[in-house]
Design a protein around this ligand. Structure first.
Ligand code: ADP
Ligand code: MG
Length: 645
C-alpha cells in the first residue's frame, strides 16, 4: 500500500528545545552511562501509553483504529544502518504534538528530578540513574533520534518527522506515513551497538517491561547453516531474520495474573514503572474481589512520601482501568484523601468504559471499591504493625515516619474506620521519647485508678514535653502522650475515646485526676482557692481583655501559670494554625490558671506592680505554649521595668 507524497511540504522547521530540556539532554548524554539500558524501558513505556490512549479515544472514535485493531510494540534491529527502532501503532503524534511534547518537559517526575540537580556532574549522574528521564533517555545510546509519527484519524500525508542530535535544537517536517502510530528510530552510538543483538533486547524487555500488557515483538530469527560443497564438514552458520514477529514479553497486565505466578521482582518493577519512584515499595496488596462489584486491586505503599504530599497539587496515585482498558490516572475517588499516598491500579469489571470523573463521584460501584481499598490498606498496615517479624516492624516504622501524619487526617475523614486508624497511631510520651507508643501500649501502662488517656498537643515535641500543664502528671508519674504534628489538634477534636477509655487533653477544661488525686490534695486546692480569692479577682480585673477566667490550679509544679481551653473550644494552637492558614476564627479567650505555690504568684500582691506582673505572667503562659504575646513590645517593656526594680 503506497501513496504518493504529493502534498509534502519541502521546508524543514527548526525549533529550539526548552531550556530545561537542553539541560537535561546535556546531562543524559554526558553523565548517564551507569545504567544505559533503561532507555528501552522508557521508550516501551511511552509506546504502551500511546496504545492506552488509542484504546481510550477509540471508545468514542472507533474509526481511529483504521481497521488495524491489534495493538503492539515492535523493536526493529538493523545492523546495517546501526539503528534500533521502537515502533507502535498507538495514538501517534500530530505535528504540533511532536513539537510540544518532544521539545518540552511535561512530566512531573522529570521536573522533580531537574529541581534536585546540583550542577555537580558526579552526584547528578547518580541522581539521573534513579529517575526515569522519559523520551530523552534515547540519547543515552543514540547520537541522533528520528521520530516518525502520524496521529490516529489523520490523513497519511499529515505525518511528521522529528529529528534531533540531542543538542540545542530539533527539526520537524511533514511526511507521508501510511501506518498509524510512532516509530522512534535510534541511530546508535558506536559504543552502543550491543543493543542490536536480539538476545540483549530480550533480556532487557524481560527485566523491565515484561508486565506491559501489549505484545512486545521482535523479528523472529532462524538459524541458517552456511552452504558447503558436498561431502565437506558444515562450517557453521548464522541467525537470519524472517518476516514473522515473535512476542518476547508475557503481554498480560500484571494485575490480571495469579499472585503465585508473580515474583517480588516483578511486583517491584511494576511499581517503579507505575509510580516513577526509584525506590522499591514498602508493601503491596493484590486481590481479585468478587461479588456484586467485581474488581482487581493492586495497591502499593511507597517507602517515601512525595514532596507534594501536603500541597493541593498532591495527586491521587490510583490508575483506573475498566476491563483492562486504561481509563484515567490519579483517580481520586478510589481512595480516601488520607490514603492519597497509596499507588496502584484498580481494574473494574462493572464500570462503563466511557466513565467520566463526574460519573465516578456518584457511582455506587466506586464507593464500594473505595471502601474495599481502604480496608485493604488498613489491614496491610495492621499486619505490618502486629507482625513478629523484625523486617515488617521496621517497615511499619518507616511507613509511620513518612505517612503517619497523613493517616491521622483519617480520624476526621473516615468515622467508620476511626478505631482501626487509632490502633495504627504511634506517639512519643512523657516517659518514652521514641515515637512508638500505641494507644494499646499506653493503656497497658496506665496507673491504677487512672480513668483517661491523657495527651498534650504543642508545636513541637520539645514544647509538648516541657509544657507547664504536664508538671503535675510528671510529679505523679502519670504518662502523657505528646503530640506535635500540625494535624494533631484538629484530628483529636474527632476523638473522644479509644477502646472504651476517654481521651483527655490536659490543656482542656479542669484537670480531673479523679482517683489519682487524694483527698488531702483536693482539700489543699480548696483552701488555696479560698485564700487566693482576692488575688484571683484582682487578676481577672487586670486581664479581663485577655482571659475568660482566672482560677487556681494544682496542675502546675514549676510554672507560675498556664493557659487552658474550655472543653469544646478551640485551643490557642489551633487558633494560631487557622489564622496562619488565613481562615476565619471565632473569638475565644483562654482561661488562665495560676499556681498558688509559685513565688511569683505569692509575690503578686506585695509587688507594688500588680498590673505589670499580671500581664507578664499571662504573656509568659502564652510564650510557654509556643505563641507570641499580643503586644510583644509592651511585654519587653514590662519585663525590663521589673528587672530594673
Ligand atoms: P511521559 O511519558 O512521562 O509523558 P516522556 O518524556 O517519556 O514523558 O514523553 C513525553 C511525551 O512525548 C509523552 O507524554 C507523549 O505525549 C509523547 N510521546 C512519547 N513517545 C510517544 C509515542 N510512542 N507515541 C505518542 N506519543 C509519544
Ligand atoms: Mg514516558
Amino acid at each position: 500500500m503506497s501513496e504518493q507524497n504529493t502534498t509534502q511540504t519541502p521546508e524543514l522547521q527548526k525549533h529550539s528545545f526548552q531550556a530545561e530540556v537542553a539541560q537535561l539532554l546535556h546531562l543524559v548524554t554526558h553523565s548517564l552511562y551507569s545504567n544505559p539500558e533503561i532507555f528501552l524501558r522508557e521508550l516501551i513505556s511511552n509506546a504502551s501509553d500511546a496504545c492506552d490512549k488509542l484504546r481510550f479515544e477509540g471508545i468514542n472514535h472507533p474509526e481511529y483504529y483504521e481497521n488495524d485493531p491489534d495493538l503492539h510494540v515492535r523493536i526493529i534491529l538493523d545492523k546495517d544502518q546501526k539503528t534500533l527502532t521502537i515502533s507502535d501503532n498507538g495514538i501517534g503524534l500530530s505535528q504540533q504534538e511532536a513539537i510540544d511534547n518532544l521539545g518540552t518537559i511535561a512530566k512531573s517526575g522529570t521536573k522533580d528530578f531537574m529541581s534536585k540537580l546540583t550542577g555537580d556532574q558526579k552526584s547528578d549522574a547518580q541522581l539521573i540513574g534513579q529517575f526515569g528521564v522519559g523520551f530523552y533517555s534515547g540519547f543515552i545510546v543514540a547520537d541522533k533520534i528520528t521520530v516518525e509519527s502520524r496521529r490516529a484519524g489523520l490523513d497519511a500525508v499529515e505525518g511528521v518527522r522529528w529529528i534531533s542530535g540531542g543538542t540545542g535544537d530539533f527539526e520537524v517536517e511533514q511526511i507521508n506515513k501510511v501506518s498509524r502510530g510512532t516509530d522512534i528510530i535510534l541511530h546508535l552510538r558506536d559504543d552502543a551497538l550491543d543493543y542490536l543483538e536480539s538476545y540483549k533486547v530480550k533480556q532487557i524487555v524481560n527485566k523491565y517491561s515484561d508486565h506491559i500488557s501489549l505484545p512486545i515483538q521482535i523479528q523472529k530469527e532462524v538459524w541458517q547453516e552456511e552452504e558447503v560443497a558436498e561431502g565437506e564438514e558444515p562450517k557453521g552458520g548464522q541467525y537470519v531474520k524472517t518476516d514473522e514477529w515473535e512476542t518476547i514479553n508475557s503481554a498480560s497486565a500484571l494485575w490480571t495474573r495469579n499472585k503465585n505466578e508473580i515474583s517480588d521482582e516483578q511486583y517491584i518493577e511494576f511499581y517503579k514503572n507505575l509510580s516513577h519512584d526509584f525506590e522499591p515499595p514498602l508493601a503491596w496488596s493484590h486481590n481479585r474481589v468478587e461479588g456484586n462489584t467485581e474488581y482487581t486491586q493492586l495497591l502499593y505503599i511507597p517507602s517515601k512520601a512525595p514532596h507534594d504530599l501536603f500541597t493541593r497539587e498532591a495527586k491521587a496515585g490510583i490508575k483506573l482501568y475498566v476491563k483492562r482498558v486504561f481509563i484515567m490516572d490519579d483517580a481520586d475517588n478510589l481512595m480516601p484523601n488520607y490514603l492519597r499516598f497509596v499507588q496502584g491500579v484498580v481494574d473494574s469489571a462493572d464500570l462503563p468504559l466511557n466513565v467520566s470523573r463526574e460519573l465516578l463521584q456518584e457511582s455506587r460501584d466506586v464507593k464500594i471499591i473505595r471502601e474495599g481499598n481502604t480496608r485493604r490498606i488498613l489491614t496491610l498496615l495492621d499486619g505490618l504493625a502486629k507482625s513478629e517479624d523484625q523486617a515488617d516492624q521496621e517497615k511499619f516504622k518507616k511507613f509511620y515516619a513518612e505517612f503517619g501524619s497523613v493517616l491521622k487526617e483519617g480520624l476526621g475523614e473516615d468515622f467508620g474506620n476511626r478505631e482501626r486508624i487509632l490502633k495504627l497511631l504511634r506517639f512519643a510520651t512523657s516517659t518514652h521519647d521514641e515515637v512508638n507508643t500505641s494507644l494499646t501500649d499506653y493503656k497497658a501502662r496506665m496507673k491504677e485508678g487512672q480513668k483517661a488517656i491523657y495527651y498534650v498537643t504543642a508545636d513541637s515535641l520539645n514544647a509538648a514535653k516541657n509544657s507547664p500543664q504536664l508538671e503535675v502528671f510528671r510529679k505523679k508519674g502519670i504518662e502523657v502522650l505528646l503530640m506535635a504534628d500540625r494535624v494533631d489538634e484538629w484530628a483529636m477534636n474527632f476523638v473522644n475515646e479509644f477502646d472504651g477509655t476517654p481521651m483527655q487533653s490536659i490543656a482542656k477544661g479542669a484537670v480531673d485526676l479523679g482517683d489519682l488525686q487524694d483527698a488531702e490534695e483536693k482539700k489543699a486546692l480548696e483552701q488555696a482557692a479560698e485564700a487566693f480569692k482576692p488575688v484571683v479577682e484582682k487578676l481577672s480585673d487586670s486581664l479581663k481583655d485577655k482571659t475568660k477566667e482566672v482560677r487556681v490550679t494544682t496542675r502546675l509544679v514549676d510554672s507560675p501559670a498556664c493557659l487552658v481551653t474550655s472543653e469544646g473550644e478551640l485551643s490557642p494552637q489551633l487558633i494560631r494554625m487557622l489564622k496562619q492558614a488565613g481562615q476565619p476564627v471565632p473569638e475565644s479567650k483562654p482561661i488562665l490558671e495560676i499556681n498558688p505555690e509559685h513565688p511569683l504568684v505569692k509575690k503578686l500582691e506585695a509587688s507594688g506592680q500588680f498590673d505589670d506582673l499580671a500581664n507578664v505572667i499571662f504573656d509568659q503562659a502564652v510564650i510557654a505554649e509556643g505563641g507570641l504575646p499580643d503586644d510583644p513590645a509592651a511585654y519587653v517593656k514590662r519585663i525590663n521595668s521589673l528587672l530594673l526594680k
